[in-house]
Design a protein around this ligand. Structure first.
Ligand SMILES: [Cu+2]
Length: 491
């Protein structure tokens, strides 16, 4: 109990300190200028959830029913500046847009199937009638290509729920989205910001655009359909109470870690956890098919990482060019990615072909090192590096090819067991600040993007002046269907 008490005291102390910033809530529905716990009691409201890089599905009223049009379709999803994939999603994105309704609402979802095969929509966690459960061949006929199905719900639950295709491989192609059920009685304490992050993984070969849904090894790990550094940071004002809802509909469990703060886990895919059972942490394991809501007071200014802590989930386009063995002459430097991902090829054919000898993990095929090309991961000049990566030269865009400083690599590096590990995987070489430029990134340390990959983004806890500046730039951008609109309207 003492932990809880300390936590509450912290919140109180913070509330008092922030009376100096009354305009935070000037436009909010309750008009309160305080953020202390007690002041929010009974006067709170449900802050709309922001799904950065995705946004919301709009609705129209039909009498007292909220009507949503959800369309399954093939989408071009840009997961990184130089990587756009052919995913299957909804209404233009994968994951699909977030649906937000209130407890007590009557909701209709008119679902259209624009895919080339049958599908069916499941509403994950809904305690509703079996007719609306979306199990193909069990509770309904599959929805054929060009077909549609109408789902209707009386929403009596509250929490972080989801929708997804109940065809497993379609789910892995991107067919998922969030379904937020806001509680009739707003949660206490009030949260000033409420974000949602989908955790997804794709296996996409180099020079390919179609995810291999059969694969169990993934090379693109994404938040809301974007891999770091293309993820959009979560912008919060110093002192805000923040909720982040993690949703995982993939093949792996993800330990989500926040820097600089301690959060409490306040909700699961089953709704709100009673306050006495909240638990503190800075890492929460989000298992497959689970949601985890965490809350914290953003009381520590800075650009704080939030990321999956699985090391391989903090990388893009994973390759296995690590370790000294990969750089020794005569030693295979890793099979190419086709092989590593189980797509056999060669002459004579698999499994008897001579290409199927032992290989060390997975290389990048034509990009970088493979068993029949020289390893490129020695200390190289920029020219040598570019010459060794012919496939990258023509689509490098305006990636800023920085060079490693002379003293970045120790003189005796080649004699050290296991060198290299990260020496050539991240850093100045991979910097692309300009390519991922957006208002939310304003003021980040130059070169930051070279050190952010995979399931990574920032929670930017900004002091009032910096917060106002970033928000002003976000407003100026006048983006259509801005995922941040709920926050921008209130700022
Ligand atoms: Cu992970």
């Amino acid at each position: 109990m003492s932990n809880r008490r300390t936590f509450i005291q912290k919140a109180f102390g913070l509330g008092a300190g922030l009376f100096a910033a009354p305009r935070v809530f000037a436009n909010s529905q309750n008009g309160s200028s305080s953020r202390s716990r007690s002041a929010h009691s009974g006067s709170s409201f449900n802050m709309p959830v922001v799904t950065a890089d995705i946004g919301d599905l709009p609705y129209k009223m039909d009498g007292d029913t909220k009507v949503f049009h959800l369309t399954a379709e093939v989408v071009k999803q840009q997961i990184s500046p130089l990587k756009t994939i052919d995913a299957w999603g909804f209404n233009g994105s994968a994951p699909g847009p977030t649906i937000q309704v209130n407890q007590g609402d009557r909701v209709r979802v008119i679902f259209d199937n624009h895919l080339p095969e049958p599908t069916s929509m499941h509403w994950h966690g809904f305690e509703d009638t079996i007719q609306n459960d979306g199990m193909p061949g069990i509770s309904q006929d599959p929805v054929k290509p060009g077909g549609s199905f109408v789902y209707e719900f009386n929403i009596h639950q509250a929490g972080t729920y989801f929708y997804h295709s109940h065809m497993a491989m379609q789910e892995m192609a991107g067919m998922l989205g969030a379904f937020i059920l806001h509680p009739k009685e707003p949660y206490q304490p009030h949260c000033d910001k409420d974000f949602l992050i989908h955790l997804q993984e794709y296996a996409v070969l180099p020079n390919n655009t179609v995810p291999n849904t059969m694969n169990m090894e993934f090379n693109w790990l994404v938040f809301n359909g974007k891999a770091g550094p293309a993820t959009t940071p979560l912008i919060v004002r110093l002192g805000d109470r923040v909720r982040i809802r993690f949703v995982n509909l993939g093949m792996d469990h993800h330990p989500m870690h926040l820097h600089g703060h301690t959060f409490y886990t306040t909700g699961t895919e089953g709704g709100r956890i009673p306050e006495a059972a909240w638990w503190p942490g800075n890492t929460v394991l989000v298992g497959v098919a689970q949601a985890r809501d965490v809350e914290f007071v953003a009381n520590n200014p800075g650009d704080w990482m939030i990321h999956c802590h699985l090391p391989h989930h903090m990388m893009n386009q994973m390759s296995s060019n690590v370790g000294k063995m990969t750089r020794t002459q005569g030693m295979p430097a890793g099979g190419d990615m086709n092989t590593g991902m189980g797509m056999l090829k060669g002459t004579p054919e698999a499994p008897m072909g001579e290409d199927y000898g032992p290989a060390l993990g997975r290389g990048l095929g034509g990009v970088g090192n493979a068993s029949d090309t020289a390893a490129t991961n020695g200390p190289l000049s920029q020219k040598k590096a570019m010459d060794a990566m012919p496939a990258m030269q023509h689509d490098m865009g305006n990636m800023q090819m920085g060079q490693m400083a002379e003293d970045d690599i120790a003189k005796n590096a080649n004699d050290v067991p296991n060198f290299p590990q990260d020496a050539y995987m991240e850093g100045p070489m991979m910097t692309m600040d300009g390519m991922v430029d957006r208002p939310e990134n304003h003021g980040l340390r130059a070169g930051w993007s070279g050190f952010m990959q995979g399931m990574m983004t920032f929670v930017r806890v900004l002091p009032p002046d910096k917060y106002d500046e970033v928000i002003a730039r976000m407003k100026q951008a006048k983006r259509s269907n801005d995922p941040y609109s709920a926050i921008l309207e209130r700022a």
